[in-house]
Ligand binder design. Structure first.
Ligand SMILES: O=P(O)(O)OC[C@H]1O[C@](O)(CO)[C@@H](O)[C@@H]1O
Length: 320
């Protein structure tokens, strides 16, 4: 079993427009609405890839039926904590050229009792899990140190913890030494304090994260692929070029693929391959944040994986 704590559930709305022009009135050409937030995307893709998964997140009265039904159809055990306010809405606007603009809602401000209910659900559910994933922005009302506390809680119970967050929540979580973190280019640049724009910089960042106690750091670099490190060295993986329909949520599907590989104790190069193929499979479909197993499997051979640094140098930051 894998437990996903993706507290800040969203309603994702994907909208196709002819063009996006600030200050003008726009008419929608195509519109899709999905349960969203990183936790939903990660959990439903883990289930699609064949692992048992449970998700802990917020739900409101208006959307409970939609989210319960979708999670049931997708094979996710959803533990929804009712919130008094409304779930947030996240908008993705795609223009005719395929450029996507995202507008992410903040979500409700939680009461103390609602925060406690989320954390209590988490504590109760991780016993039966081998892996725990903490992902997405934190709802207002939870402090930026919450993920760090959950990393520590999970470690004391012998669980490997994977974190995908940003800003202060990510920084605190790294200090708590989770098993794996997955910053993207912007997040790692912020953590390191300088731009991480190429593979050499990503490799150094991954090594720096390992030196800070993260066993398996994974840095995603958009079109440059992803870089990951463990005791077997530092690896790079990149997918072949595909026709992208909707890349929103590809990072979430990447994380799902990586988690499934870790659960199956696959070596790092194969874990990266599965993660990259899962992100690509999402980008190929119209739906936000979901990858079908069959498309992931058909993409696996097209992912190129190579070793950037040998094992004995994985702990060294000396220049090459
Ligand atoms: O939880 P966060 O970090 O605010 O991100 C949420 C949003 O990001 C996306 O998952 C894309 O990764 C949106 O579709 C989603 O709802």
């Amino acid at each position: 079993m894998i437990t996903v704590a993706g507290f800040n559930t969203a309603i994702d709305r994907f909208i196709q427009l002819e063009a996006l022009n600030p200050g003008e009135v726009h008419r929608v050409q195509v519109e899709h609405v999905y349960p969203g937030g990183k936790g939903v995307h990660v959990a439903q893709t883990i289930a699609a890839l064949g692992e048992r998964v449970q998700l802990i997140g917020l739900v409101d009265a208006t959307h409970r039926a939609l989210i319960d039904r979708r999670m049931r159809e997708r094979g996710v055990a959803f533990h929804g904590v009712d919130v008094g306010g409304e779930l947030r809405h996240c908008l993705a606007l795609r223009d005719a050229r395929g450029t996507i603009t995202e507008i992410l809602g903040q979500g409700p401000e939680l009461l103390r009792s609602e925060c406690e209910a989320l954390l209590e659900h988490f504590r109760r559910s991780i016993d039966e899990s081998e892996l725990v994933i903490l992902c997405g922005s934190l709802p207002r009302g939870l402090t930026a140190t919450v993920y760090a506390g959950l990393v520590e809680y999970a470690r004391q119970r012998g669980k490997r913890c994977l974190v995908d967050a940003s800003g202060d929540a990510m920084r605190h979580a790294i200090d708590a030494k989770p098993f794996m973190v997955k910053p993207n280019r912007d997040e790692i640049s912020e953590w390191i304090g300088q731009p991480v724009n190429d593979l050499l910089a990503a490799e150094r960042a991954a090594v720096a994260l390992r030196e800070r106690g993260v066993a398996v750091p994974v840095v995603t670099m958009g079109e440059l692929g992803a870089v990951a490190a463990d005791e077997s060295g530092v690896w790079h993986a990149q997918g072949s070029s595909i026709r992208v329909r909707n890349s929103v949520g590809s990072g979430d599907c990447f994380l799902a693929g990586f988690a499934v590989a870790l659960k199956r104790n696959m070596p790092l190069d194969e874990a990266l391959r599965l993660a990259v193929a899962s992100g690509m499979a999402n980008a190929q479909t119209e739906e936000t944040g979901f990858a079908e197993r069959s498309s992931v499997e058909s993409l696996l051979p097209s992912v190129k994986v190579s070793r950037l640094r040998e094992p004995e140098k994985a702990h060294s930051t000396s220049p090459r």
